[in-house]
Design a protein around this ligand. Structure first.
Ligand code: BGC
Ligand code: ZN
Length: 375
């Protein structure tokens, strides 16, 4: 079967032929891959700045944003059957006895750093025709969202961030934590890439007044997309990122989705009273920035501010992403589909990685077999 592989020594990305994987234990499931999304992490891997092949192997099969269809299940698997659509999680536990998060099957909180990630770190990924994994790493997707389900994994970034935010918001007794309705709270998303746009939708369905701050022109298609879902757009050249409050009012939440340390530090003075800033980007290289540390510390203390980083994603975030995608589809079907800007065959991976203007490009391996889906 074909797979898209990154060869770190040769600095090449190309298609390889591999033997198809087989179900080896009763808890495993074999999937036919339907679609695999390409993201910033894949671009970094393709620039040979990130990504590690499995120990002793010359290449890494890339791809971690997946949608697959069940072909075969092991004897102990009762929750999935042939024809089901599934999204598979990315991180796997480090299996060290001293790592309580991994023992608890929450490798997104791994403390040893020895976790693995399919398609990124130490394990082959999903950009191939067939994949085998354990059923417990898979999440069932309703057929109604099949068209957009490949967006589940990138959406888990915001979902985990918002799962972690929920207990923080309970510190404000004037906000009813039982309600999804957060109207009156202002959220600013930094960056209008797929993570930022999906994050904006996740904030909008929770009732936040949502702003997206990005480079694109205020008359661009992305700005129009944001207005069309009920968000507001701020073109970065119009407002310094450290002065967001002037436009927004109290900035209760900043969701960073740019991967730029310079932009993120420049945004710190914008965090409002009792505000939270969540960082999701993983910057490469080195950047020295100068900050007014006295002011930042003063604001953090006197305004009860909180800054945290978050990496996706545990099972809850995948579950919530699937539920939210269904809500997005019901509310904004055109806009959600518009996030997937192109579907390409695997042999076009070079062009896809070289392309710049896409929101989310997807490598398509096969169509869902509808007969199976009905079963
Ligand atoms: C993936 C995460 C991963 C992170 C760092 C992201 O693109 O979605 O699963 O942990 O990169 O490798
Ligand atoms: Zn990704």
């Amino acid at each position: 079967m074909r797979a898209v592989a990154m060869f770190p020594a040769e600095k090449k990305i190309r298609l390889v032929e591999r033997p198809a994987p087989v179900v080896k234990s009763a808890d495993q499931v074999r999937l036919r891959m339907l679609e695999v999304g390409v993201c910033g992490t894949d671009h970094e891997i393709a620039r040979f700045e990130y990504g590690t092949p499995p120990a002793g192997e010359p290449y890494l099969v890339i791809g971690h944003e997946s949608l697959g269809q069940v072909v075969e299940v092991g004897g102990d698997v009762t929750e999935l059957k042939a024809g089901d659509l599934v999204v598979t999680t990315v991180r796997r536990p480090c299996n060290r006895p001293e790592c309580r998060p991994c023992q608890h099957r929450r490798p997104d909180y791994c403390v040893t750093g020895a976790y693995t990630e399919r398609g990124i770190k130490g394990l082959h990924g999903f950009m191939t025709e067939e994949v085998v994994d354990e059923a417990r790493n898979m999440h069932l997707v309703p057929p109604a969202i099949a068209d957009v389900a490949v967006l589940t994994e990138p959406l888990t970034i915001a979902e985990k961030a918002l799962d972690e935010l929920a207990p923080v918001l309970t510190r404000m007794p004037w906000i009813d934590p039982t309600k999804e309705e957060k109207r009156g709270l202002n959220a600013v998303v930094l960056g209008a890439g797929p993570v930022g746009l999906l994050g904006a939708l996740a904030l909008l369905v929770r009732g936040f007044d949502t702003w997206v701050y990005s480079r694109e022109d205020a008359k661009s298609a992305r700005a129009a997309w944001i207005e069309s879902v009920g968000g507001h757009y701020i073109q970065s050249s119009a407002v310094p990122v450290g002065q967001l409050g002037k436009q927004v009012g109290n900035v209760d939440l900043i969701l960073e989705a740019t991967g730029s340390a310079a932009l993120s530090t420049a945004a710190l003075p914008s965090i409002g009273a009792n505000g939270v800033m969540i960082l999701t980007g993983v910057p490469g290289g080195v950047a020295e920035v100068s900050i007014d540390a006295q002011r930042i510390m003063r604001d953090l203390v006197l305004e009860n501010q909180l800054i945290y980083g978050t990496v996706n994603a545990g099972p809850r975030a995948f579950q919530h992403a699937i539920e939210d995608l269904a809500k997005f589809e019901a509310r904004w079907p055109k806009q959600v589909r518009a996030l997937i800007t192109g579907r390409f065959p695997p042999e076009n991976i070079g062009d896809v990685l070289a392309g710049k203007d896409a929101i989310k490009s997807v490598i398509k391996f096969s169509d869902a077999s509808l007969g199976g889906r009905r079963g």
